[in-house]
Design a protein around this ligand. Structure first.
Ligand SMILES: [Zn+2]
Length: 86
């Protein structure tokens, strides 16, 4: 589901800064130092970058995949915005 996950994030992204639609999604790995800053064990993330202004959100890859899959089942795209909360 990785490609579907990325496609869906890119498609449903609405930039909170410029309210633009459409984003570039890239899978990134972070090093040990960055992992220590985040309360998450794994170190693969999706960087979702606004194609208009460059604003970037990071999603934990494994969780994003689960959320996107469950959001697809429920057909409720609002679920996607909840995972950035602490
Ligand atoms: Zn933007």
């Amino acid at each position: 589901m990785r490609h579907g996950c990325k496609d869906q994030l890119a498609r449903e992204f609405v930039c909170p800064k410029c309210h633009g639609h459409g984003a570039h999604v890239q899978e990134v790995s972070v090093g040990r130092a960055m992992v220590n800053l985040l309360p998450l064990p794994a170190n693969s993330y999706l960087a979702v970058t606004c194609g208009l202004c460059g604003y970037t959100e990071f999603y934990h890859l494994a969780i994003a995949e689960k959320v996107v899959e469950s959001a697809s089942e429920l057909a409720d795209p609002r679920k996607l915005t909840q995972k950035t909360d602490p």
